[in-house]
Design a protein around this ligand. Sequence first.
Ligand SMILES: C[S@@+](CC[C@H](N)C(=O)[O-])C[C@H]1O[C@@H](n2cnc3c(N)ncnc32)[C@H](O)[C@@H]1O
Length: 240
Amino acid sequence: MKGFNPSFSPETASTYDNAPRGDEDDTVRFLAGFGKSALEFAVGTGRIALPLAQAGVAVDGIELSPHMVARMREKPGGDDIPVTMGDMSRTGTGRTYDLVYLVYNTITNLLTQDDQVRCFENAARHLTRDGVFVIECGVPSWAARARNQFIDVEAVEVDRVELDVNRYDPVTQMLDENHVRIGVDGIRFGAIRQRLSYPSEFDLMARIAGLRLRARHSGWNGEPFVAASTRHVSVYERAA
Ligand SMILES: C[S@@+](CC[C@H](N)C(=O)[O-])C[C@H]1O[C@@H](n2cnc3c(N)ncnc32)[C@H](O)[C@@H]1O
């Protein structure tokens, strides 16, 4: 997908908060249990950082998109979250935290295995001795779809259809996806490119970064991670 930019655009930023996932309260309850200081990689519009700060955790962020951060600044408390602009696989804030977290599949926005490993290493650099790195990510299922390409129908109305168009390359583990909205007012695209990894690959990345898996759940309420799980919440700690 030539020309794809992982930094969210002004248009995406302007609509990002229109459809919240609905798991924000559970996410914050889970994350608030790890201490009083936290760093969110890819903090975005503060969907999690703002309520986590309200819960008493001092939250910093790293983010690529100035448009996403500008949206956060418009919200109550949005000026109180220090954000370092840059790539979460390389950028440092110069301090350490009880918790570094990276949610909503966003580690897949790093498009090479090397960059995902660097992200684990960068998280490890920002952890206090007892700190943890938490990631939340979907479990790849695309390889099971016929011919590694498919279209999911997301909406069918009289004057509008919405299609999720996907192509997966099992060699590079790259998923090219475009949410296409066709309506009487025209056609709109929402492109995203992701490098998908299984939880076991993340565990090896953690090991390279000097971390190890402490716990893995399939949701924010400690649900067990089993064969049918479609996502994981993984908690990594220092290996020694
Ligand atoms: C799906 S949003 C998640 C935002 C926020 N974490 C949340 O849960 O709502 C993905 C965010 O990652 C940012 N992003 C993508 N690649 C990044 C990178 N390499 N470093 C920092 N931020 C990145 C995008 O600009 C966007 O704000």
